[in-house]
Design a protein around this ligand. Sequence first.
Ligand SMILES: O=C(O)CCC(=O)C(=O)O
Length: 254
Amino acid sequence: MPYRAATTTDVDFFREHGWLVVADAVDPADLGPLDRRCEEIIADKERQAYDWAWSNDDGADRTYRILQAMPSIGTTAFDATPYRLWAVEFASALMGFPIEHWYDQLLAKPAATSVPTDWHQDEAYWGRNLDDLGITCWMPLHDVDVDSGCMHFIDGGHRDGVLTHRRPEHIQSDLLVCEPDTSRAVACPVRLGSVTFHHSKTPHMTTANTTVPWRKVLTQHMRQVGNPGEGDHYAWKVWVEQFSGRVTRPADAR
Ligand SMILES: O=C(O)CCC(=O)C(=O)O
């Protein structure tokens, strides 16, 4: 299946709204090895994954309400996949400057215990180095709707600046939340093969999964070519190493 280029309509929509759905973008036949890698991580989650919603109630254990892992860590197997090469090209057109792949994440939600991924902006995690210079491609590995954890965006929220974020009191992971103007929220249910893109300042959230055994999504986080990456952090930033529980605050936080 040919992967299509971004059109003027795509670019204009993204620049106005800060997000975009691209239907039937990716060939599902290209996703087999990735899906198998994600299943392997889920089966071995105690060693290979974090819980992004790790709560104080869990103590030292983790419930994996939002399982978080990096499928590409330690392997080059996904470097030249058609969906990765395409996402970088498409994202470069949307942002209007050359973009490179930065890192990917599996975000998986079990039906029994999952929770919403609350409103946040990616720049709140990444810091000012990424000021208007980052973009994410969110790619589910099956059909996804409001009941299984689809993406929601604040329409035009990339123009609202970086909102104040906080770490909820009951959370012991690095999870951050903000309170955007939800009257502008848009839900984006999509079918397998479709993806969404969002600007690094666009507030977004996903609902809990109550229907499929595991909601599985690959996020491809991308940045301006040559950008130094995370840095010049906001005051709310922390890193939590979940195997030891060690919490670190960045020296450059302000
Ligand atoms: O899928 C999710 O639960 C959240 C995704 C997300 O925050 C992102 O793609 O930046």
